[in-house]
Design a protein around this ligand. Sequence first.
Ligand code: ADP
Ligand code: MG
Length: 243
Amino acid sequence: MIRIRGLTKRFGDTTVLDAIDLDIEAGERVVVIGPSGTGKSTLLRCLNFLDRPEAGSIAIGDVEVDAARASKKDILALRRATSFVFQNYALFANKTAKENIMEALVIVQGQPRQQAEQRALDVLAETGLAEKADSYPAALSGGQQQRVGIGRAMAIGADLMMFDEPTSALDPEWVGEVLDLMRRVAERRQTMLIVTHEMQFAREIADRILFMEGGRIVEDGPPAQILDAPRDARLKQFLRRVA
Ligand code: ADP
Ligand code: MG
């Protein structure tokens, strides 16, 4: 369902993604691990052109884009095929929980406001935040804000949901409720690409784990292989450090 070939990103002279090839099946939950600065966020951000890749191709569902000559229309199509959960939630501070979720539906998907509002309320109920619909982000805990961020991504109903360290900015007390919501999303066989340092969660949720280092996918396999029988020396060293 997702087919990435030769995806390449440079910042100045530095090659941050070095011709990445990656296939993801519909419904697969793929976790990306690796040291900091290794290109994990950039990989996710290039898939919806938050960062613009220099070369390679991206196919998600029916959308196929050649990075080197992507048009505005291509980029919009990729953004519609994907949703993104950010480390720092990236909610609009001047919009309520409900309005934050509606925004993507109205702006990106062109839904009528009334339909978007109903969808937002349904999703807030699913995330256990029905009573917070009219609250502004500042009145919500970190965990609740990130649940709104995940609700926003759920509402879009995208082919691919991406999560970039969704619990890294949270106080420890809020991590559990966010991981619980992600488990519920995963149970629906939603295709997910997740960067996380929560190794126990990765083991539990992932069909596959990718270990990235230096802009490349160095090892790719089921959790039992990657976490219990790592082959690459850099992966072994990484696991010793995060254990
Ligand atoms: P990770 O998510 O694995 O920690 P990133 O994808 O954020 O790594 O970053 C990979 C590399 O790209 C790092 O060396 C980082 O400094 C560099 N980088 C990321 N974004 C930018 C940017 N906007 N401009 C210049 N360099 C960047
Ligand atoms: Mg990152």
